[in-house]
Write a protein that binds this ligand. Structure first.
Ligand SMILES: Nc1ncnc2c1ncn2[C@@H]1O[C@H](COP(=O)(O)OP(=O)(O)OP(=O)(O)O)[C@@H](O)[C@H]1O
Length: 276
C-alpha cells in the first residue's frame, strides 16, 4: 500500500508529561505511517505510550516535538475526520440509544431524514434494533459498547481511533464485537487504529500490528491470515509463532527496530488452513 498523503503520518513524535525531575517522556521521536483503509493494532506493555499516541492522533494532546498528518493535513486539535472510542463507557447516560447514535450526525447538521437513516442503519448493524428507546443503564456492558461503536460509525469519520474498547468484556462478547467492528470497517473502508495490550486481540483484528515500547515502535508486522480469524487460530503453528514473537517484543529490554519479530508477509492465507 502507498502512503502518499493518504492515511496517517506520524513524524518524530515526542511527548513529555510534567517538568524537570518529574518529567515522563513516553514517546521519543516516533515515526509511523498508517495507510488509508488499514486496520492497525497498536500493542504494547502498560504505561508505554499507546494511549498517548492515540491522543496525539486524535488531536487531544499537543506533542513536545514532531507532527501528525491526517490525509496530509496537520492535526492541531480534534476534528470530525477522527472519531474515538475510549476504554471507559463514555456514552452519555442521559440519552437513549437512538439519541446517542444520532448525537454526531445531528451535531454536524445533517438533514433529519439523513441522520435518521444513519441511526436506523447503524442501530441495526450493531444488533440493537428494538432497543432504540432504551437507556444506557438498561443495557449490558457489551450492548453499551455496541452503542459506542454505532455512534462513532454513524458520525462517519475517516479515521477510527479505538483505545482498548473491549478490555472489560468476556471472551464471547468480545468476539461478537470484533466481528461487528470488522464488518463495519469493511463496509465503510475506514482507517482504524486500535490500541490493545492483548496479543490475541491484535492478531484477531489487525492487518498489521505495531508494538510501541521504549518510546518508539519496537516491532512492526503484517498479519498474514485471512479473515474471519476464529478460535482455530489458537492451534495454528504460524499464528503461534507470531504470538510468541510479539510476546518477545513486549518483554522488557527488547531492542528497538530493526529486529521486527517476523518479516512482513504480503500474501494472506486462510486462518484455519495448514501451511502448505
Ligand atoms: N496526563 C498525564 N500526566 C502525566 N503522566 C501521564 C499522563 N498520561 C499518561 N502519563 C504517563 O505516560 C506514560 C504513558 O501512558 P499511556 O497511558 O500512554 O500508556 P499506555 O501504554 O496506554 O498504558 P495502559 O496500557 O496501562 O493504558 C505512563 O508513564 C503514564 O503514567
Amino acid at each position: 500500500m502507498t502512503t502518499t498523503g493518504r492515511g496517517l503520518q506520524v513524524r518524530g513524535l515526542t511527548v513529555r508529561y510534567g517538568r524537570g525531575a518529574d518529567a515522563v517522556t513516553p514517546l521519543r521521536d516516533l515515526d509511523l505511517d498508517v495507510p488509508a483503509g488499514q486496520f492497525l493494532c497498536v500493542l504494547g506493555p502498560s504505561g508505554q505510550g499507546k494511549s498517548t499516541l492515540l491522543r496525539c492522533l486524535a488531536g487531544l494532546l499537543r506533542p513536545a516535538a514532531g507532527s501528525v498528518l491526517a490525509h496530509g493535513v496537520p492535526v492541531t486539535g480534534p476534528g470530525a475526520d477522527r472519531g474515538m472510542v475510549f476504554q471507559q463507557d463514555a456514552i452519555p447516560g442521559w440519552l437513549r440509544v437512538a439519541d446517542n447514535i444520532a448525537l454526531g450526525p445531528r451535531g454536524r447538521g445533517l438533514p433529519e431524514s439523513e441522520w435518521r437513516e444513519r441511526v436506523s442503519y447503524f442501530t441495526r448493524a450493531v444488533g440493537l434494533d428494538g432497543r432504540e428507546r432504551a437507556w444506557p443503564r438498561e443495557l449490558s456492558g457489551g450492548m453499551r459498547r455496541r452503542v459506542a461503536i454505532a455512534a462513532v460509525f454513524a458520525n462517519d469519520p475517516e479515521f477510527l481511533l479505538m483505545d482498548e474498547p473491549f478490555g472489560s468484556l468476556d471472551h464471547l462478547t468480545r468476539a461478537g464485537l470484533h466481528e461487528t467492528v470488522l464488518r463495519l470497517w469493511r463496509e465503510t473502508e475506514k482507517t482504524v487504529v486500535f490500541v490493545t495490550h492483548d496479543v490475541d486481540e491484535a492478531i484477531a483484528l489487525g492487518d498489521r500490528i505495531v508494538v510501541v515500547a521504549g518510546g518508539g515502535v519496537r516491532a512492526d508486522v503484517e498479519v498474514p491470515f485471512h479473515r474471519p480469524r476464529g478460535d482455530e487460530l489458537r492451534m495454528d503453528g504460524e499464528a503461534n509463532a507470531l504470538r510468541s514473537a510479539l510476546l518477545d517484543a513486549l518483554a522488557p529490554g527488547t531492542p528497538q527496530r530493526p529486529g521486527t519479530p517476523q518479516e512482513s508477509s504480503t500474501s494472506q492465507r486462510p486462518a484455519s488452513g495448514a501451511s502448505a
